[in-house]
Design a protein around this ligand. Structure first.
Ligand SMILES: [Zn+2]
Length: 482
């Protein structure tokens, strides 16, 4: 009996050494996140003014030390915020690119976590406070953030300025780095929301990289520790977003800060926040950043990452570009007397800031059978014809369209309301349209960047309208309503 018990004990230990340890708090943190989510962030357009009141709160909290790291070219303060008294130093900087705000939001969630007075996760907080010294530099590029643009006020990409340091922001980052001499560094960015994790339809919601420090992509213990930690983070994050984790290009770029810092002795990790369907404001991905960073802090504090090898990191698929906002398949277009079959890849242009409207366009024409769409439609049997924008009238309401109809202004069969499913619509918008004849010449479909609306006809019946990157099913109005 005793012998058998011993056997099970050995077996149990054996199994546990094989299986990498997971971060036990991650599930609880996922569900408790609303306790810590900073409510001031309503959308992804995070500017200097947005974070100022939050920085002020930190100033008043004596658990944090705040110092002015420097000023941006246009004179905005850039703060370096320290928390904890431990020997292991961790340095994090965010929004080096002004239109990449996801991690900035997560950093303020983490401040809320660290300042939390309740008993939940006290053990984790104590561990962090005791073992780590955390240095945060949120929003390195406040001038760019002001315009929600990538580059600095000098229109220089700060992440290509690590050697020459023309921009004050690059100098500030480098000086902060030198003053801290961190064990681990986190370079926090956003990437194209259409990047995919390999050749799949799955968006690379998070991409990691342990940047190379030379052209040969050698691995020393500094980079090796970054890789081990990414293996752990990938292992745990996979629970929430399986298949949506990618690896960023690992080509050596000496002018980039991650590569530069890796060569200067800090285990550096790049985290790129990508896309997640129906998360245009990155609120879900911000939550993932929160989880990833707390997982990382716990792991660095306990050196748990040393239990991981390079497997999970090596198995990550590289980012790929095989995704469009919208793919329309098997469309017929007429050229002279011949019908030809094409697919269309449509871009919605991304919304650059609060004020600007979506600007869509056709960005690929041809065989897209190896490509994917966030939204996809098979339009087999439908013939596409372009229609000039001034041939389309928009009505505010059903009443307005009925009035025009009673006055005889609307020719029969030319007015439509758009149907709900199975078509995509911009959130909160319904559309009433009138479409006059004649349609334009078919050949203008064959033009990349074409923003002209398209009508899709089945026989003589107009059935779909593609406008501003969205496909609408057309229902004849008012006949269909009455
Ligand atoms: Zn970036």
């Amino acid at each position: 009996m005793k012998h058998r018990y011993f056997f099970f004990l050995v077996f149990f230990i054996f199994i546990n050494t094989l299986k990498p340890q997971s971060f036990t708090d991650i599930n609880n943190l996922y569900h408790s996140y609303p306790l810590f989510q900073e409510g001031l962030f309503k959308d992804k357009f995070v500017k200097y003014e947005t974070i100022l009141p939050l920085i002020d709160k930190i100033k008043e909290d004596d658990r944090f030390t705040l110092r002015l790291a420097g000023r941006s070219l246009q004179g905005r303060d850039i703060s370096l915020i320290k928390y904890g008294n431990g020997n292991k130093k961790v340095f994090l900087w965010s929004q080096m690119h002004g239109d990449e705000p996801t991690a900035t939001m997560a950093i303020f969630d983490i401040f809320n976590f660290l300042r939390y007075q309740g008993t939940e996760f006290k053990e984790l907080r104590d561990l962090i406070t005791e073992k780590l010294s955390l240095y945060f530099l949120p929003m390195l590029n406040p001038d760019g953030a002001e315009q929600f643009k990538r580059r600095s006020a000098l229109d220089i990409d700060i992440n290509r300025d690590a050697l020459r340091m023309t921009t004050p922001e690059a100098q500030i980052l480098s000086d902060s780095f030198d003053s801290i001499k961190a064990d681990f560094g986190f370079n926090l960015h956003d990437q194209n929301y259409l990047s995919t994790a390999g050749q799949t339809y799955k968006q690379a919601t998070i991409s990691f990289l342990a940047p190379a420090f030379d052209h040969e992509k050698n691995i020393n213990s500094i980079r090796g520790n970054a890789i081990r930690l990414i293996s752990e983070l990938t292992f745990n994050l996979s629970i929430f977003i399986p298949g949506h984790i990618g690896k960023y290009s690992d080509d050596f770029e000496p002018r980039a800060f991650g590569d530069n810092f890796q060569s200067r002795g800090t285990s550096t990790i790049l985290i790129e926040s990508g896309g997640w369907k129906n998360d245009a404001n990155k609120m879900f991905i911000r939550k993932l950043n929160f989880l990833i960073l707390l997982n990382a802090f716990s792991s660095i504090a306990t050196e748990n990452y040393l239990k991981f090898d390079f497997t999970q990191y090596n198995n990550l698929p590289f980012n790929d570009e095989v995704l469009y906002d919208l793919v329309l398949r098997n469309i017929l277009v007429r050229t002279d007397s011949t019908f030809r079959k094409i697919d269309l890849g449509v871009s919605r242009g991304g919304n650059r800031d609060n004020s600007s409207r979506l600007s869509s366009g056709v960005i690929e024409i041809g065989d897209l059978s190896t490509r994917f769409g966030l939204d996809e439609f098979d339009l087999t049997g439908h013939v596409a014809e372009p229609v000039a924008l001034d041939q389309i009238s928009f009505f505010e309401s059903e009443e307005e369209i009925k009035k025009d109809n009673r006055n005889g202004n609307v020719p029969a069969g030319s007015c439509f309301r758009t149907a709900p499913n199975p078509v995509q619509q911009p959130p909160g918008k319904s559309l009433f349209v009138g479409i006059k004849s004649p349609l334009m010449e078919e050949k203008s479909i064959f033009s990349l960047g074409n923003r002209t609306p398209l009508i899709f006809k089945n026989g003589e019946k107009k059935q779909f309208l593609l406008i501003n990157g969205y496909l609408f099913k057309l229902l004849e109005f008012p006949n269909e309503i009455n």
